[in-house]
Design a protein around this ligand. Structure first.
Ligand SMILES: Cc1cc2nc3c(=O)[nH]c(=O)nc-3n(C[C@H](O)[C@H](O)[C@H](O)COP(=O)(O)O)c2cc1C
Length: 301
């Protein structure tokens, strides 16, 4: 038996494969299809202090080897999550991690403080990288000062494992990662989506309602692997890698670049079992290569 355990600060994962925010709902929707106890963790849909409607439709379009989305953090707000969603997800037999977003430093901190009170949520992922909202979101994640200010404020009020999700829409992602580490982040996850655009040439109009959207899927993988490599060499805290992972080989690539754990997003829309399959695929690969533990491949390049 290969040991698949990894640690993100205090958070012990039974295996390194998690689902990415916005692509696996609250996990509940998949309970009949996927053995949730075999998933390393579920990062639930982005949660904000206040209710958000999200952007107008159309807000998704397929592209070559990927997709563009501009959902815009549609959710019912932190109070609704605490009162209605939390009671339903708290006993799911894996780690449930809440993805927290905001439009000001104070709203990030207020949302994180509410989630801090929930016993069975061991971590949050702070989304300072959403490209699809007018205020806040990615604007905090594209400068060291912006990232520092959010992480500092959240660190004051949030006492469990704090993961910060980074934007690839920057010149030097390693600088942003260092800024987050300096303010007390326990881990960084990367990448969120890359800003993109697609045009319907018959209508001479953008395909998405707000013109631009975030690109995800296999098209972004080489960019993401390079960024994980850069960040893993810049910080001491564990790095969580994502962006275009479709199978176990892709996940192993991220881990060899320096990721302690990985997340799977867009691939869930094609096969909801993908996270489970990637987990078993990693175990098979390790066994075939005579490895006793997944630790042997982390940063192996
Ligand atoms: C439809 C959709 C919704 C998303 N919603 C969120 C979100 O609420 N919060 C967040 O941090 N990332 C969100 N993301 C980004 C993903 O979590 C992930 O970072 C990105 O898609 C890259 O990984 P992938 O190529 O495996 O999908 C979303 C992505 C998609 C496709």
């Amino acid at each position: 038996m290969v040991d698949l355990n990894v640690k993100i600060n205090q958070l012990e994962l039974s295996n390194p494969v998690m689902t990415a925010s916005g692509t696996f709902g609250y996990g509940l929707e998949f309970a009949d299809l996927v053995p949730l106890d075999e998933i390393g963790g579920i990062i639930v849909k982005g949660t904000t202090l206040e209710h958000r409607e999200g952007n107008d439709y159309p807000r998704m379009t397929e592209t070559a080897s990927g997709m563009l989305n501009c959902v815009g953090l549609q959710n019912k707000g932190a109070d609704y999550f605490c009162e209605h969603i939390y009671p339903q997800v708290k006993d799911i037999p894996t780690h449930i991690i809440v993805n927290v977003s905001g439009n000001s430093v104070d709203s990030y901190a207020a949302c994180a403080a509410k989630i801090d009170t929930l016993d069975k949520i061991p971590a949050i992922e702070l989304n300072i990288s959403c490209p699809n909202v007018k205020e806040g979101g990615m604007s905090f994640g594209v400068s060291c000062d912006g990232a520092s200010s959010v992480v500092r404020a959240v660190r004051r009020v949030y006492h469990k494992t704090l993961i910060v999700k980074l934007s690839p829409n920057v010149t030097d992602i390693a600088d942003i990662a260092r800024a987050c580490e300096a303010e007390g982040a326990d881990s960084v996850s990367l990448i969120n989506t890359l800003m993109g655009m697609a045009i319907d040439i018959e209508r001479r109009k953008p395909k998405l309602s707000i013109r631009t959207g975030g690109l995800s899927g296999p098209a972004v993988k080489p960019v993401a692997v390079r960024m994980v490599w850069d960040v893993a060499h810049a910080v001491k805290i564990p790095v969580i890698g994502l962006g275009g992972i479709m199978n176990a080989e892709d996940a192993i690539e991220f881990m060899m670049a320096g990721a302690t754990a990985v997340q799977i997003g867009t691939a869930n829309f094609i096969d909801p079992m993908v996270t489970f399959k990637v987990k078993t695929g990693i175990a098979d690969w390790l066994e075939r290569h005579g490895c006793k533990s997944v630790q042997e491949i982390i940063g192996a390049v």
